[in-house]
Design a protein around this ligand. Structure first.
Ligand SMILES: *Cc1c(COP(=O)(O)O)cnc(C)c1O
Ligand SMILES: [Zn+2]
Length: 420
């Protein structure tokens, strides 16, 4: 139930005819760097549709929000099980941190094991709608593996540009899903430029979130879901999200605001953006309202290892609008948060654990106050980066097959060794 597209830079409105299939990219006046377009919906019509067919009567996946997605009703692939991931109520963790509630939304349970499936599923469905037979993206890993997964579901070719340094499990997913993988000997920035040029030259559908407004609508479903899933028990005071390009946090915020306008929730959380200490351009941009010169640092949190965020303005706006803030955490703090999430039943890759590490840091800095409630988006599974998982988890006991050896270790360690 799209009303129009609007340029986030100059405000120009672009009419959208729902009856025709279209490819949208950026504002004609502002160009591809600044002229990011944004879908606006007829929310009165959506409210009416949700009265006629209540959300509670719908399938438990993110297509339940069909009226707020930029696809035709007949293009909605209802059998692709994306979203409606569980929110784990981590009571012991809340007590440990001094919070009234600590919630972990486990996005690792999506089909390719990350939050990015939300965007890629909508992107590939849209590619099918416009008749594309090839899709492409440049990615630090998860956008690529989710695109490859959904291209395989759809039966179209995925072309992927990744930095040659991407973690092996993510590469393995790409290759097994049958993507054509270009491991670029260069930076993510160079991979990004190469992908854009290739899309133009070969006519591939570009899955790039920063310029293709369709993709952000997929990320938005994370926010729609948090709203619907916490509406009864109470919207948390804070929502922690790790930030790379900035599309995820901006998309989640858009979803929350739509649900607030629709009356599903009666208040909005504050956003806590979290970056890695060595790669934190958005922490700078939040204060100075401009990007710093790209740095040289790196982080184990490869999914947020982005020196030139493409959607920084949207992310900064979302942080300000929510009354929230952004901070950074070290790789050591991220590894500790991998253990912490694991001890409460959630397996997180480094960029996902960064959100929880940010909560711990924000409590230390008294940004989050004792007794408040927090939801952390755990954006990807620990299986995505087994090397970092093992670094966080430590080594097993090597033993001879003898009960005495076990008894000796138990005696040395005590029974409660996991910090549970
Ligand atoms: C992509 C990603 C993020 C950050 O999303 P951006 O849109 O780049 O800000 C966070 N966590 C994981 C696991 C990701 O894959
Ligand atoms: Zn414009």
């Amino acid at each position: 139930m799209i009303e129009e597209l609007a340029c986030v830079n100059c405000g120009t409105h672009y009419p959208v005819k729902e009856s025709t299939s279209q490819v949208w990219m950026t504002c004609e006046k502002c160009g591809p760097a600044e002229g990011i377009l944004d879908f606006r919906y007829d929310l009165a019509a959506v409210r009416k549709a949700w009265q006629d067919k209540p959300l509670s009567s719908r399938l438990p996946n993110h297509w339940r929000y069909s009226e707020l997605l930029p696809l035709k009703a007949q293009s909605m692939p209802y059998d692709w099980q994306v979203g409606w991931t569980p929110i784990i109520v981590a009571d012991r963790l809340a007590k440990h941190l001094g919070l009234s509630r600590m919630l972990l939304k486990d996005e690792g349970r999506n089909p390719s094991a990350s939050f990015k499936d939300r965007a890629s599923a909508v992107g590939v469905a849209h590619a099918l709608e416009v008749g594309a037979t090839s899709v492409a993206c440049a990615s630090t890993g998860n956008a690529a593996s989710s695109l490859a997964c959904h291209a395989a579901l759809a039966g179209i070719q995925a072309n992927i540009f990744v930095p040659a340094t991407a973690p092996e499990p993510k590469l393995a997913q790409l290759l097994v899903f049958g993507a054509r993988v270009f491991a670029v000997e260069g930076t993510y920035d160079q991979a990004y430029q190469l992908c854009s040029a290739a899309c133009e030259k070969f006519g591939w559908y570009n899955r790039n979130c920063a310029i293709n407004p369709v993709l952000v609508e997929g990320k938005k479903t994370g926010g729609l879901e948090v709203a619907e899933q916490t509406a009864k028990s109470g919207v948390p005071d804070w929502l922690a999200v790790s930030v790379g390009d900035g599309c995820t946090i901006a998309g989640i915020w858009k979803g929350l605001v739509e649900m607030h306008t629709l009356g599903v929730i009666d208040r909005l959380p504050k956003l806590l953006g979290v970056q890695a200490a060595e790669v934190a351009p958005l922490v700078y941009a939040f204060k100075k309202n401009e990007l710093p010169a790209p740095g040289q640092g790196a982080t184990i949190a490869d999914s947020i290892d982005v020196q030139t965020p493409r959607n920084w303005r949207k992310a900064v706006n979302a942080l300000h609008d929510s009354g929230g803030t952004i901070l950074s955490v070290s790789d050591e703090q991220i590894l500790a948060a991998i253990r912490l999430a694991g001890r409460h039943g959630v397996f997180a890759e480094p960029a996902a654990a960064a959100a929880l590490a940010g909560v711990v840091a924000a409590l230390d800095e008294q940004i989050i106050k004792p007794g408040e409630s927090v939801l952390a988006m755990i954006t990807g599974s620990g299986l995505k980066d087994t090397r970092s998982s093992i670094r966080a988890g430590g080594q097993p006991f090597k033993v001879q097959p003898s009960l005495d050896a076990i008894a000796a270790i138990l005696e040395a360690q005590g029974v409660q060794s996991l910090g549970l």
